[in-house]
Write a protein that binds this ligand. Sequence first.
Ligand code: PSU
Ligand code: MN
Length: 319
Amino acid sequence: MYASPSKAWLAPSEPVAAALAAGRPVVALESTIIAHGMPYPQNVQTAREVEAVIRANGAEPATIAVIGGKIRVGLSDGELQLLGRPGPVHKVSRRDLPAVLASGETGATTVAGTMICAALAGIEVFVTGGIGGVHRGAAETFDISADLQELARTSVVVVCAGAKSILDIGLTLEYLETHGVPVLSCGQDNFAAFHTRDSGFRADYRLDDPQQQARFVRTKWDLGLAGGVVLSTPVPEAAAMPRDEIDAITQQALADAKAQGVAGKAVTPFLLARIRDLTGGRSLAANIALVKHNAAVGARLAVALRRLTSHTSPPPPSC
Ligand code: PSU
Ligand code: MN
């Protein structure tokens, strides 16, 4: 029977445990981006730099992964290396979490997996690069990331640079609307498209100020409206890629995936790696720049949320 979730699986690091106990702002970070989204050693280097940006903006970083039968919240240098080096690391979404925890193997958490763990640990803000979404051609493949369903039910803010153009961004936004997930934008009216600043689709609400963002989020949860919030902020101008180029390369990568019969959880890592090769590594530079920028936005929101006086805990998932 489903009881209230047990925190026994959580193993926070000392700094994260201390920050949570003191009510200081904490920002969760995912690990699939380290293990399956970027190559070694840039992945580990970036993970460290992103943590430093969060500290510089007044919050405690908590990178999340499954190691040795525990959900580690806040990783040591050795643990970052374990995830970042080539090796057997599972990609852990909602479906995979019990298997990898129970087996004691090593797992990197996706947006969905990280949201679950962050909520369990009492962390309200989570920074990533891009969210998963409805894949192009989903009408035939049914390929819709579990990230979207998680956003519908788990009360964590996900700060991102929008969604990649490997996805159908219009359908991704439709799906989020259906499930009552608000999409906020910071710095521009439109939802961002990861490598490029503008997806061509408007976000639901533009809120540039962390105080405004915090009031929105707190109001949603005070109303008992369980579920996540997407906060999109565009890749910094200097690191953005030309739209025509990334569109053409995305088409090529999608065709390659189809020709090679790539399916299931392998699709997104395959496309990310293929785009990196086809851009001669320039997509990686954009990826690194945008994650660091997201980290600053997320840390400022976490600080603003802690400063709000009216505070109740986020509601638990409705199922
Ligand atoms: N988008 C990116 N980089 C990533 C991912 C998505 O630009 O690394 C990762 C995230 O961990 C996300 C996951 O949760 O891919 C989505 O995988 P899928 O499409 O299989 O749900
Ligand atoms: Mn999928």
